[in-house]
Design a protein around this ligand. Sequence first.
Ligand SMILES: [Zn+2]
Length: 116
Amino acid sequence: MAIVLPHHKLTSVINLQTLSDLFAEKDLQLPGEKAQRLSQERGIWDGFEKTCLVKSESLQMPHTMKAVSNNGYLCDNQCLSFKLRKLCAHTVAVAAHNRNVAAHFNWYRNQEKKTA
Ligand SMILES: [Zn+2]
């Protein structure tokens, strides 16, 4: 008789499709998967003050996220995707960790408007 395992209870499914008007499908898929992986592996730690540490998949040192007002998160300058897009798997993972992905994406949209 097969043992039926209970469904994995994900804290939240990270869905980046709400940003599909800003990014190509492939640019959303990878960070989404990575963010999901980071939250499942518990690669996120709360740091001092308004910072969070996120495990880096390429560097020895974790990335340091800084929380800013209105659910914004800033990754550190070691992160190329953040430099490029102001959004990366790390910031998304932290948003998921804090259960405010939707609010974080709103913040992101507002940032985009300001810099555009
Ligand atoms: Zn990053």
